[in-house]
Design a protein around this ligand. Structure first.
Ligand code: BG6
Length: 293
């Protein structure tokens, strides 16, 4: 655990040389680098690394809501809170004690959280680097309340890309999506891979559990695998919206793309004592291996 500007972050290193950093602020993965030292997640040059708001980049966790609804903070409060290291489930140590490849964090609601969202929960987050370089996030939410509650969720994943106009997503073709730019109206995607030439803010519903983001210029594909998360949210603010975001550079929309594994369309309901698990696994493959996509 290291102190970065007053906020603790956990550094993970895999035996292969991959690297990730997880902030206790939000349980947010703020960096993921491959064994060649290349950063795979986007971070804005204007990002603010201090609470109370989530840093612009990495993988903020949206819970107990994805979006903007009612009196709850946008995308929920989990990304804005300080999480604790979960000592009960010690991280998996590799032979070298200084290089832990996994960390467990926990979030429980504060009294103030309970005032705006009156449901007792326990949220366990495990972030790991696998032996072959993949980054995995496993979230477990347990209802420790006397009554059922419902929530929505997203791993708001800011991928770093060379140039948004050179990027495509494969795996969402022919799916239905809700367009957040047109009052969540429902459309059906055409048969082609998705490319970008203007602002996009969509929830692809009931998507396959494996999709791929291909970056032609970087000759890199990031494969996204998910479990327990039916939807994929795709977001790029493009030129006009970028200018309205204080912690985001005017031109930075060209270097990022959010592709979020999410439970956004339909909330998840947990009865007392029940637990939900949502998994995300990101892995990077050179494009030459992906000619079949
Ligand atoms: C997206 C939303 O998922 O997140 C956008 O659909 C929103 O509408 C974006 O602007 C970023 O949200 P925030 O709260 O991190 O600025």
């Amino acid at each position: 655990v290291r102190d970065w500007n007053g906020v603790e972050q956990v550094v993970l290193r895999s035996p292969r040389g991959d690297y990730a950093r997880v902030s206790l602020h939000g349980g947010q993965v703020v960096s993921w680098r491959n064994d060649r030292g290349e950063e795979l997640l986007f971070t804005s040059s204007k990002a603010v690394f201090k609470p109370p708001k989530a840093m612009r980049g990495g993988i903020p966790i949206c819970f107990p809501q994805f979006g903007n609804c009612g009196t709850l903070e946008r995308h929920g409060f989990a990304r804005n809170r300080i999480w604790a290291l979960d000592e009960e489930h010690p991280p998996l140590n590799h032979n070298d004690n200084s290089s832990k490849a996994s960390v467990d964090l926990i979030l429980k609601p504060s009294e103030d959280d309970l005032k705006c969202w009156p449901h007792c929960f326990e949220f366990l987050l495990r972030v790991s680097l696998s032996k072959n370089g993949g980054l995995s996030l496993v979230s477990r939410v347990r209802n420790v309340n006397g009554k059922p509650f419902s929530f929505s969720f997203a791993y708001h994943t800011y991928l770093s890309v060379s140039d948004i106009s050179e990027v495509r997503i494969e795996g969402l073709e022919t799916l239905d999506y809700l367009d957040n730019l047109i009052q969540r109206k429902r459309f059906t995607e055409q048969g082609d891979a998705i490319t970008f030439e203007s602002e996009v803010d969509r929830v692809y519903v009931s998507s396959p559990n494996v999709i791929a983001v291909l970056d032609h210029e970087k000759k890199r594909t990031v494969v996204i695998r998910k479990e327990g998360l039916p939807d994929i949210v795709v977001w790029n603010p493009w030129e006009k919206k970028s200018k309205t975001m204080v912690d985001f550079g005017d031109e930075e929309y060209k270097q990022m793309l959010c592709v979020d594994a999410a439970a956004a369309e339909r909330p998840i309901t947990l009865k007392p004592g029940e637990e939900w698990t949502g998994k995300l696994e990101l892995s990077e493959v050179p494009s030459t291996n992906c000619s079949g996509h």
